[in-house]
Ligand binder design. Sequence first.
Ligand SMILES: NC(=O)c1ccc[n+]([C@@H]2O[C@H](COP(=O)([O-])OP(=O)(O)OC[C@H]3O[C@@H](n4cnc5c(N)ncnc54)[C@H](O)[C@@H]3O)[C@@H](O)[C@H]2O)c1
Length: 356
Amino acid sequence: MVQLSATPDHQVSRGEARPGGPTIRRVAAVGSGYMGGGIAQVLAIAGLDVALADITPDEAARARDRLVGQARQFESDGLIPAGAADTVAARLTAAGSLEEAVADADYVTEAVSESAPVKQKVLRRIGAAASPHAIIATNTSSIPIRSLADAVSAPERFLGVHWMNPAPFVPAVEVIPGEHTSFAVVGVVLALLRRAGKRPVTVGDAAGFVVNRLQFALFREAAAVVAEGLATPAEVDLLVSGSFGFRLPVLGPFAIADMAGLDVYAGAFQMLEQAYGERLSAPEALKELVSAGNFGAKSGKGFTGIDDRTAEAVATWRDRAYVALARALADAGPPPGGHPAETGAVGRGRIHQQTS
Ligand SMILES: NC(=O)c1ccc[n+]([C@@H]2O[C@H](COP(=O)([O-])OP(=O)(O)OC[C@H]3O[C@@H](n4cnc5c(N)ncnc54)[C@H](O)[C@@H]3O)[C@@H](O)[C@H]2O)c1
């Protein structure tokens, strides 16, 4: 069962401790669509009162009904703890306007459409109506925080807090301080996210931050593979989710490289660079490690703390995690419509091409 809240509702009614400031008890979610709604559910279950705002009061009211109904479904499916849907019903309210939603909020999460002018306009309204102590977060997926910070009156209380989709169930949240965000504000937000059962990671401010820069680079290359006729989208998806995608919940790209051997990576990059040029050339950091004789787990050091002394223990843990993951996926069952490998959606295209 996925635990949405690390701390039961009754234990957090004291609110979030804020160093040198008041506590976070009330939240406003401005933009109550897919992401704003999911964030609102998680924060309500974590014990915060959440006011929803959208383009009209009717939209906000519809969103509240949808989110409560969805929470009931989650609960009956065993995805959130017993009683959590009642907590969502008790703590979520639909506001009559953006100004009404943010007036009493200690923390505002903006999740309107991904357009810089729209966000700037909404952030200006939030800044003007929110209390002077409120922390204002944007859920932008790609817009640098520094290009939005001018829209708020107090940039020291403004930052990016980028939740992943679906917000109730994906653990990591990127936290992106802007140029002027105060250290204390970042600390409060990290504590809030941890309390809500999330795994926050603070990253630098650049278009796409870390997650979408990586995700979109992968998507671009995947689309190129399809355009070149190497595999169909279903085949790419099957390969990714069953190969390096299967490994990623256990070890990230750097740990995987350290375990595989950095010399092996350097060798493969030579071929890739020959074929695809600069786009897939070996990164400098990899070349430097390898030329100094550091091959990761097998000898010397690598990108992570895994080295020749810890490699065996990491491998044992990794293998146990892979088997647990495979069991969990089998337990979840095939996707609706069947697994592409079993429905014949993959595998035929290449054979036909090669034999015709
Ligand atoms: N969908 C994803 O997978 C995903 C993942 C992470 C981050 N994000 C980001 O989250 C944000 C919201 O995305 P979404 O997928 O929830 O979109 P969405 O379309 O589901 O929701 C956006 C909501 O904002 C409302 N809105 C638009 N303009 C408004 C305004 N001026 N005032 C008040 N409400 C307004 C819309 O009516 C809608 O309900 C975007 O910045 C997006 O990039 C999306």
